[in-house]
Design a protein around this ligand. Structure first.
Ligand SMILES: [Zn+2]
Length: 63
């Protein structure tokens, strides 16, 4: 008899804050903006920045 109990794996947190890629000016600027939006009490804008960091190709033609 097999019992498969898959524990819920939640590694992807959609609202987590991704780290900016090291050396990527765009990500660093976005991270700065995100901190400013967070400090200003504007979490939806901060999330926009997180999404942009997550989707950024990092360094494509930047270096
Ligand atoms: Zn980047």
């Amino acid at each position: 008899m097999k019992t498969t109990m898959d524990p819920p794996i939640t590694l992807e947190l959609p609202l987590s804050e991704p780290d900016p890629a090291p050396g990527c000016d765009v990500c660093e600027a976005l991270a700065r903006q995100r901190a400013e939006f967070t400090a200003a009490g504007n979490p939806s804008k901060a999330t926009d920045c997180s999404v942009e960091i997550r989707n950024h190709p990092h360094g494509d033609g930047a270096l």
